[in-house]
Design a protein around this ligand. Structure first.
Ligand SMILES: Nc1nc2c(c(=O)[nH]1)N[C@H]1C(S)=C(S)[C@@H](COP(=O)(O)OP(=O)(O)OC[C@H]3O[C@@H](n4cnc5c(N)ncnc54)[C@H](O)[C@@H]3O)O[C@H]1N2
Ligand code: MOO
Ligand SMILES: [Mg+2]
Length: 396
């Protein structure tokens, strides 16, 4: 059976090709940048006063002079002034352009000002102190935000500072989330004794919202003809279909057969993993279908391990850096498949990230996920996992 690594790499070989669009800076949060943002000026754009105080010429201070008549004031937002008398000083404010003729700033805390005379009260003033030099942070033309940046609040601030009122970002894919199964009723309905409320598609919707994707919700009963009809129309109007349920060995598990009948090319069905073994993945020329196993823990795991990384890569986002943790207590798992162990992560005072196993009662026990915040990926070729051993963890 297919390994987790091979299944993952097959999904990544079939990424969506999404166009770019231009959006307002105020609408760009969370989106993926498609054109690099560059510095339009130096950062900072001028020699910038970094402390409130006085500006002096260091050579005068170096002669031993400690009292400087205040000849004027340079505020932030004013054009550059000039210190004409090398023996005097100007009051200068944080954020102001450094006046011509000044090369050193002394803080108000380190002077006293009486009768228009500033007296330096400390020793050890250094040439050039408290000046944020033009271009020390970035030069005009430098790339500030590369293509593939997720526009988080600090990226938005950088874009604003260089005058990007609009940004080029990747168009969000149209995603339909489809639950299947006659046993499922909607959240606002009261289930009969043999029914349950659907939750998987709500979980998926919440998960995709964290990437800025607002997916639509659909439900289809266990009827082959109805399934074929509804999936055909959803395929026309979406880039990605994510189904839940109907992919295993049951007599009403019609999903793989119907997708094949609709011309969706199966790329794989079943992975050597637990939970989530029956995952089905297929593509057409420009669409992608993930058919996730119905058990809720499988749905969550398949979303974290395959679907979210797939969508991130399709958007052009750099992959999230891998996260690792150490097992807090030993675990045994005999079957020769990758085991995704639900864990609670804690950050320890010595800097370690510990994973506390929460095996729960299997892949239908989704209440267990309330306490878990990630899955630890335990390799297929090992069956005993010791406390302190580190493995990769996957979360939202
Ligand atoms: N003979 C075999 N039986 C099963 C196998 C197998 O290999 N051989 N695999 C098991 C595994 S593993 C899983 S996981 C499930 C997968 O089942 P399906 O994908 O076919 O899903 P369903 O049969 O439709 O439902 C399974 C289970 O999940 C609940 N479910 C489904 N959709 C939702 C939803 N939207 N919200 C909440 N819960 C949902 C459903 O009620 C069922 O309890 O098959 C095993 N069987
Ligand atoms: O995907 Mo199934 O969880 O292994 O029950
Ligand atoms: Mg089934």
């Amino acid at each position: 059976m297919l390994s987790v690594a091979d299944a993952f790499s097959i999904t990544q070989q079939h990424l969506l090709t999404l166009p770019a669009e231009t959006v307002l800076l105020t609408e760009a949060t969370g989106r993926t940048l498609r054109e690099a943002v560059r510095a339009d000026r130096d950062f900072p754009p001028f020699n910038r006063v970094a402390m409130d105080g006085i500006g002096i010429q260091f050579s005068t201070y170096a002669t031993g002079q400690r009292i400087f008549p205040v000849a004027g004031r340079q505020l932030a937002g004013q054009p550059q002034q000039t210190l004409t008398d090398a023996g005097a000083c100007l009051e200068v404010m944080t954020g102001a352009i450094l006046p011509d003729g000044i090369d050193t700033v002394v803080r108000y805390e380190d002077i006293t000002v009486t009768d228009g005379q500033a007296t330096v009260t400390i020793s050890g003033i250094e040439l050039g102190q408290h000046i944020h030099r033009q271009a020390v942070d970035r030069r005009a033309g430098d790339e500030l935000l590369p293509v593939g940046t997720r526009l988080d609040p600090s990226a938005i601030a950088v874009a604003a500072s260089v005058g990007q009122a609009t940004l080029s970002v990747t168009v969000l894919p149209r995603v339909a989330l489809i639950s299947t199964g006659d046993e499922l009723v909607d959240v606002d309905e009261t289930p009969l004794p043999y029914q349950i409320r659907r939750s998987n598609t709500y979980m998926l919707r919440a998960s995709l919202l964290t990437m800025g994707i607002s997916a639509t919700l659909h439900h289809i009963i266990d009827d082959e003809a109805v399934l074929a009809d509804r999936l055909a129309s959803l395929l026309e109007t979406n880039d990605v279909l994510i189904l839940s349920g109907g992919v295993s060995a049951g007599k009403a598990d019609f999903v793989p057969a119907v997708l094949t009948q609709l011309g969706v090319q199966k790329q794989f069905h079943q992975i050597a993993q637990r939970p989530g073994k029956p995952l089905w993945f297929g593509t057409t020329a420009d669409k992608t279908v993930f058919a996730l196993p119905g058990n809720p823990v499988s749905t969550v795991l398949c979303a974290y391990r395959y679907v979210l990384p797939y969508l991130r890569a399709s958007l052009g986002l750099a992959p999230a850096p891998p996260r690792y943790a150490q097992l807090a207590t030993p675990v045994t798992f005999k079957p020769a498949v990758t085991y995704f162990l639900p864990v609670r992560l804690t950050s320890e005072p010595d800097g370690r990230m510990l994973a506390h196993p929460l095996p729960g009662s299997g892949s239908a026990d989704f209440a267990n996920l309330l306490a878990a915040d990630a899955f630890m990926e335990l390799p297929a070729d090992q069956s005993s996992f010791g406390a302190g051993e580190a493995f990769r963890v996957w979360g939202n």
